[in-house]
Write a protein that binds this ligand. Structure first.
Ligand code: ADP
Ligand code: MG
Length: 308
């Protein structure tokens, strides 16, 4: 495209909340064969809500929720925010009153130390000098936490209904499970259908488990799903699709999506996402609306046909 055409398209994009970071990205978007969508926060609203909290130990419900929320308070993950919100509501704590305080650990939360986020798995930290683990089956098995059959069945049922099952272990024992729902963005199924008609194949990639992933993919109309993928694995999916020379796009919002956004021919970051993702991407979708993926491709097609 000519510099003028790029300038015009960049301007039209900006008006629609689609920031284009250069002519190169603009030239590639029209020949996309695949678009890989991250699940959490990209296809879904990223506004996760706890729908179930079940205690599988002698701990009382309030104690359990405080414990889990304390551990998750240091995490930026949408699942973590849902858990903290739920516990706060259970204890009828007013969020605005809490926000006005300086400290993040506002009274009701327990002190924690040695926090670490384990991307694709969950989090761990120390509470009362005991280790708490909050995350998926992989996190539990890596830490030799046994999941009894009835708990595993309970988690499986949550997953079949498109919820993410979050398992909690404390001091080496499984203590409870939470079910978290994260609804699809309203426009997501339509965008996937439009892409199909444009000849672009949609793929969903997620760190979440297979059962939840399949249930969500079915709702959105995507057949090609890759689940239980670690952050480096997302970039690997991009590269494997590029092998035959196909142009591959990636749409994502998280830190865990940035290697894939960088590896893709066309990386598109959700504007409401993390800075790392925005930096790695060629396009930034400021409105947090997936229709902007179509706008971006359309702009590219129009820009290129005009000069030919
Ligand atoms: P996605 O690829 O869908 O954005 P992530 O890679 O961020 O998902 O996370 C994958 C899985 O790891 C989640 O579905 C969850 O099971 C677990 N996980 C990650 N972070 C957390 C957390 N802070 N608390 C609990 N579980 C988590
Ligand atoms: Mg995400």
């Amino acid at each position: 495209a000519t510099p003028t055409a790029v300038m015009v398209a960049t301007g039209v994009g900006a008006t629609n909340g689609v920031l284009i970071k250069g002519g190169d990205a603009l030239e590639k978007a029209h020949k996309l064969k695949y678009i890989i969508f991250d699940k959490t926060g990209t296809l879904t609203q990223g506004k996760a809500t706890v729908t179930t909290a079940k205690v599988f130990s002698k701990m009382d419900r309030g104690e359990f929720l405080t414990l889990v929320a304390s551990a998750e308070a240091s995490s930026e993950h949408p699942l973590a925010k849902a858990i903290v919100d739920y516990a706060r509501q259970f204890h009828s704590i007013d969020e605005s009153a809490e926000d006005s305080k300086e400290s993040q650990n506002s009274g009701w939360l327990l002190d924690t130390s040695d926090f670490s986020a384990l991307p694709g798995k969950g989090i761990q930290c120390l509470v009362n000098n005991k280790m708490i683990l909050v995350g998926n089956r992989k996190l539990m098995s890596e830490n030799s936490i046994t999941i009894p059959d009835h708990v595993d069945k309970f988690v499986g049922e949550l997953e079949e209904s498109a919820r993410t099952g979050v398992i909690v272990a404390y001091n080496g024992e499984l203590v409870g499970v939470m079910g978290i729902a994260d609804p699809l963005k309203r426009e997501a199924p339509m965008v996937v259908e439009l892409l199909r008609r444009m000849g672009v194949r949609s793929i969903m990639v997620t760190g979440d488990n297979w059962r939840t992933a399949r249930a969500v993919a079915k709702e959105v109309g995507i057949e090609d799903v890759r689940a239980e993928v670690m952050p480096a694995g997302k970039a690997e999916v991009v590269r494997s699709l590029q092998k035959d020379g196909s142009t591959v796009g990636m749409v994502g919002d998280g830190i865990n999506d940035s290697p894939a956004l960088a590896a893709a021919d066309v990386g598109m970051a959700i504007g409401a996402g993390t800075d790392v993702a925005i930096e790695a991407a060629d396009y930034v979708l400021m409105r947090n609306n997936l229709e902007d993926v179509i706008i971006a491709i359309d702009l590219s097609r129009k820009t290129l046909t005009r000069i030919r």
